[in-house]
Design a protein around this ligand. Structure first.
Ligand SMILES: NC(=O)NCCC(=O)O
Ligand SMILES: [Zn+2]
Ligand SMILES: [Zn+2]
Length: 511
């Protein structure tokens, strides 16, 4: 029954959960673990009360009313923050199978304690989209925030962006450069959006693929009779991701505002980001776990259910891109890791059995991200344990301006904490995962390092392979504008203007 989870409403322990009710105590002491922050690691105890970390130091003494967890030999780390998810998203004529409860329950079982989901406007309206997502998120069992997509442009949308930032706790807007005919925007809109983001101190995010060229590529595949899942990848090659990434970077440079490139899947896109960052531009690159650990080979699998589960955009690339993205993450070219968790079950994927263009795009990852990254990056020696915390949690909190409330094990931070045993191991399967989908793109993967305990908002929600989660216990985390990425932008603008060396109104008549 390991893929079931107990729903616990505060105050009682449902029969069969198997977790001592003392773990529901509002006071927790984590003893003797190695506490890891992005800036340092040290052996210390962590004392939590009423959802907040109260003190971090060695040898804390407590009374009998405290639930004590022995973490010796294990790592005590900030819960993961997934910057990129789609729960209960209406997309490609269907809706993702994980909602804000099942997706978050899966996240908690894998050591992620906060995620930032993308609000999709309703008929272009940001306010209507926000209201709809607020309702969807009522069943949340962990903390969450929102990015907002912008899919059309007029004065109303421009004003709604301001309302989102000033009244609704949103500090990032996503522009889809692909999905022609649905979410896709053009350069004109992107420029307007970048300007408005800059003036509001909000971060512009892009899904970078050339949507017009993808449309052409899809026609080409269909004309060639390539209708299976491999046609998806062949219709949108890396060059189209590189082109759109370069274009978005140059437009952001022209406006002089920071840019965040979501789901960087190819060497082509990564190299554009590397070049821009080398020149001093503020560009953030987010690889997702599928791009880091998978290659495209399974798209050619003779079984449609198997092949179609790998369809996502941008596509999972041929072998070689994965290793290059790992290297870029370990050297700081890319800064944080998301999942783009956007799951459809095999029945939904089968909508595209005759035509890959109808396969709903998206893969799982919210439960698997922390384990796969630990195994792939830390166990292999590519990154340190402190870097693991940085790329899975702290950097996300900094970029979206919620650090050190989130992303740290410090006195005063929210008690979102995981305990990872480096000597234990994990195995991934759709039979045991907590997502509602019936397939898993990481099926059969095993690795070292296991999240044994997850504490969310000061409550033990995952222990002994059992989940104890309650709908409605998650909080909406408002995110303020003008993160560190905006510091100094005004000075750069001023020096740009003085560098123009062009007189104002030089030939304009004074009359
Ligand atoms: N990535 C994907 O295939 N589905 C989710 C929507 C998006 O992020 O583009
Ligand atoms: Zn996208
Ligand atoms: Zn996405």
């Amino acid at each position: 029954l390991s893929n079931q989870f107990c729903e616990v409403r505060s105050g009682y322990d449902e029969a069969g959960c198997g977790i001592p009710s003392s773990s529901l105590s509002s006071k927790i002491l984590i003893k003797g673990g190695t506490v890891v922050n992005a800036h340092q690691q040290e052996v210390a105890d962590v004392f939590v009360e009423d959802g907040i970390i109260v003190v971090v130091k060695p040898n804390i003494k407590v009374g009998d009313d405290v639930y004590v967890i022995d973490a010796s030999g294990k790592f005590v780390m900030p819960g993961g923050i997934d910057p990129h998810t789609h729960l209960a998203m209406e997309f490609m004529s269907t809706e993702t199978i994980d909602d804000f409860f099942s997706g978050q329950a899966a996240a908690l079982a894998g050591g992620t304690t906060m995620h930032i989901d993308f609000v999709i406007p309703l008929n272009g309206s940001l306010v209507a989209g926000f209201e709809a997502y607020k309702k969807k998120a009522k069943k949340s069992c962990m903390d969450y925030g929102f990015h907002m997509a912008v899919t059309k442009w007029d004065e109303v949308v421009s004003r709604e962006m301001e309302i989102m930032v000033k009244e609704n706790g949103i500090n990032s807007f996503k522009f889809f450069m692909a999905y022609k005919g649905s979410l896709m925007i053009n350069d004109d809109l992107l420029l307007e959006g970048l300007k408005q983001c800059k003036s509001l101190g909000a971060l512009a995010m892009v899904h970078a693929e050339n949507g017009d060229a993808v449309f052409e590529g899809q026609k080409r595949m269909i004309e060639l009779g390539i209708t299976g899942p491999e046609g998806h990848a062949l219709s949108r090659p890396p060059v189209l991701e590189g082109e759109a990434t370069a274009r978005a970077i140059r437009l952001a440079s022209f406006i002089n505002t920071p840019l965040y490139v979501v789901h960087v899947m190819s060497i082509d896109a990564m190299e554009e980001i590397a070049r821009a960052r080398k020149s001093g531009q503020r560009v953030i690159g987010e690889p997702v776990v599928s791009g880091l650990v998978l290659d495209d080979s399974k798209l050619w699998d003779p079984d449609f259910t198997t092949a179609s589960k790998y369809v996502m955009s941008p596509p999972i690339r041929p072998s070689g891109h994965d290793k290059a993205l790992q290297a870029a993450l370990s050297t700081g070219v890319l800064q944080l890791v998301g999942t783009d968790h956007c799951v459809f079950n095999s029945t939904q994927k089968a909508f595209g059995i005759d035509d890959f263009r109808k396969i709903p795009n998206g893969v799982n990852g919210i439960e698997e991200r922390m384990h796969l990254l630990w195994d792939t990056m830390v166990e292999s020696g590519q990154i340190s344990v402190t870097d693991f915390v940085r790329v899975t949690s702290t950097e996300c909190a900094r970029i979206f301006n919620i650090y050190p409330r989130k992303g740290a094990i410090l006195a005063g931070s929210d008690a979102d904490i995981i305990i990872l045993n480096p000597n234990s191991s994990f195995e991934i399967s759709a039979r045991s995962h907590h997502s509602r989908t019936d397939t898993n793109v990481y099926e059969g993967r095993r690795g070292k390092g296991k999240v044994e305990v997850t504490i969310s908002g000061g409550r033990v929600v995952w222990e002994n392979d059992e989940l104890k989660v309650s709908p409605g216990s998650g909080k909406y985390i408002e995110m303020r504008p003008f993160s560190y990425l905006f510091s100094g932008i005004d000075k750069a603008d001023a020096s740009y203007i003085s560098s123009l060396n062009a007189p104002v109104n030089r030939f304009k008549s004074s009359t």
